[in-house]
Design a protein around this ligand. Structure first.
Ligand code: SF4
Length: 179
């Protein structure tokens, strides 16, 4: 019996929509689990990424913990895939980039509507926010980019089945058009 492909996934600065799209492969997930097993992922309760064949990254980088997790994935995974627009270009979380971080924090925690006891959180256990939200390829080498917000379940399925079959992944135009 050939060994199963080891797959890890994580959501950094994202909305979990790409993971929901992954789950939209529906019953095909049974075909997937026949040839692949999940390491660290929201689908498991594994806290750290062990050696893996494939790491799927949803979301960009908005804080120091995101950077730490991404580097752990890069060290552990033979292939790293930026899944969705947030990982590829920062997407919606990056809309804060033109605004200084201090102003973002003050608007959220001091001047925003309905705030009682205004104070900017400053606990050492909280990850520090980056000045700007960044795409993941600015910090680690990324092997593949799977576009979309989110990529459709069919696009994710085609991408994974190509890789599992040892083919270079290629997405036909209908899977990467968004109008
Ligand atoms: S790319 Fe879209 S669906 Fe995926 S995490 Fe970002 S906002 Fe959510």
């Amino acid at each position: 019996m050939t060994e199963k492909l080891k797959v890890a996934t994580v959501s950094l600065a994202g909305c979990f929509g790409c993971h929901m799209s992954f789950l939209d492969i529906d019953e095909r997930i049974l075909d997937l689990t026949a040839v692949a097993e999940f390491d660290r992922s929201p689908f498991t309760d594994i806290k750290h990424c062990g050696p893996c064949d494939l790491g799927l990254i949803e979301g960009g980088l908005c804080n120091s913990e995101n950077v730490h997790t991404l580097r752990e994935f890069r060290r552990a995974c033979k292939l790293l895939v930026a899944v969705g627009a947030c990982a590829i270009n920062g997407n919606i979380p990056a809309l804060r980039n033109p605004i200084p971080l201090k102003e973002c924090l003050e608007e959220s925690y001091v001047h925003g509507m309905g705030i009682e006891n205004p104070q900017i959180p400053n606990d050492p256990e909280l990850p520090l926010l980056l000045n700007q939200v960044r795409p993941i390829h600015e910090v680690v080498k990324v092997d593949y980019f799977l576009p979309g917000c989110p990529p459709s379940a069919d696009a994710i399925w085609k991408f994974l089945t190509d890789l599992i079959a040892g083919r270079e992944p290629s997405l036909p135009y209908p899977l990467i058009r968004y109008d």
